[in-house]
Design a protein around this ligand. Structure first.
Ligand SMILES: Nc1ncnc2c1ncn2[C@@H]1O[C@H](COP(=O)(O)OP(=O)(O)OP(=O)(O)O)[C@@H](O)[C@H]1O
Ligand SMILES: [Mg+2]
Length: 333
């Protein structure tokens, strides 16, 4: 008997589910002061005083610090976000993704105001997950997910990358992180808006030669040997991690923290020495000798050619042809 009226029952259930979703979204919006975002078809995401809807509710004895976001395919395509451990990088990345998602499902959003250029997909690479049953280690999962993003993202997509490369050795990790960022910026037809949180301070350099990369950092202040987290996103990069400070907060035994500080000093001294180290026997190796000594102030014709090249106007094929041409000239001297 019930089966004979299954269709109207399902229709009612469907209607109730819709009402449930929309009334919940409406209640949230009223209760927590969400506002109506403006949805546009251009290539910009502009968030004024955005908040993370879950983290802001979970804080008991402090209040959530809102932050702005500006992403644009034209001038701020890839944001490199640096900042100490525990400073709020992951929270910020997720908050941007959640705000965009909420806006696109028709919800109000936790911001003061926001203009969201529609995105076609949100890609995320966050956290350390492993799938031992499927034979995938943490790092393997990280790389599989990254590959999926690079192979499928488009200019209209939003990409959230949280600490790519963290799962492997420093140099491998940094190299991969940097290559991934360069690819997202340079690969024709990709160009997706991207937030890239990283603990590799070297990533900050990218902004000096990739025009659509912008650096931001999460502010902290050091006072009387203590680190105070401000959770404010500011323009520019940082060069300190405070990882040992966080380890101490977490309750690692005092002797471990003390020893970690010692080791850090040793390592930093060593890397300083390595940089200053002269080449073997204080002489230049033969391959390092410039092929052609130019008179002071005189620029090589090859460099001039390179300087005038309008890379943005070249197709990949033309670019590689130019490269061959320049190499040929260089070899001929
Ligand atoms: N905007 C904010 N306002 C207030 N508190 C915040 C804010 N953002 C983050 N926090 C607090 O800081 C904690 C750590 O944040 P989060 O995990 O984002 O740091 P992280 O920089 O990603 O750290 P890690 O480098 O260790 O991954 C959060 O759990 C939250 O309690
Ligand atoms: Mg994090």
């Amino acid at each position: 008997q019930v089966a004979t009226v299954s269709e109207p029952i399902l229709a009612v259930a469907n209607a109730l589910a819709n009402i449930d979703v929309f009334s919940s979204l409406a209640e949230l919006a009223v209760r927590y002061s969400y506002v109506r975002p403006e949805l546009t078809e251009d290539n910009r995401i502009n968030i004024n005083q955005g908040r993370h809807p879950v983290v802001e509710r979970s804080l008991v004895d402090s209040s959530f610090v809102p932050n702005d976001t500006y992403l644009s395919n034209d001038d701020a395509q890839l944001i490199v976000l640096t900042g100490p451990n525990m400073s709020g990088k992951s929270t910020y990345l997720r908050q941007v993704a959640i705000i965009v998602l909420l806006a696109q499902i028709g919800s109000f959003v936790p911001v003061a105001s926001a203009t969201i250029g529609l995105v076609d997909r949100v890609f995320t690479r966050i956290g350390a997950r492993e799938d031992l049953v499927a034979g995938q280690s943490t790092f393997m999962v990280e790389m599989v997910e990254t590959a999926n993003i690079l192979n499928n993202a488009a200019p209209r997509s939003l990409i959230i990358l949280d600490e790519i490369g963290r799962g492997t050795s420093t140099y491998d990790g940094l190299s991969i992180a940097r290559a991934v960022a360069e690819y997202i910026h340079n690969y024709p037809g990709l160009g997706a808006k991207t937030l890239f949180a990283t603990h590799y301070h070297e990533m900050v350099e990218l902004a000096s030669f990739l025009p659509r990369v912008k650096n931001f950092n999460v502010a902290v202040i050091e006072e009387a040997g203590k680190v105070i987290f401000l959770y404010k996103i500011l323009p520019g990069g940082v060069d300190k991690s405070y990882g040992i400070h966080v380890a101490q907060l977490a309750g690692l035994p005092k002797s471990v923290v003390y020893r970690a500080r010692e080791v850090l000093v040793e390592l930093e001294e060593d890397s300083g020495k390595a940089l200053a180290k002269p080449s073997p026997k204080g002489r230049r190796r033969p391959e390092e000798v410039p092929q052609q000594l130019l008179l002071l102030g005189q620029k090589s014709p090859l460099l001039e050619k390179l300087e005038k090249l309008e890379i943005d106007a070249l197709t990949p094929l033309e670019a590689i042809n130019k490269l061959y041409e320049l190499q040929k000239k260089a070899r001929e001297g």
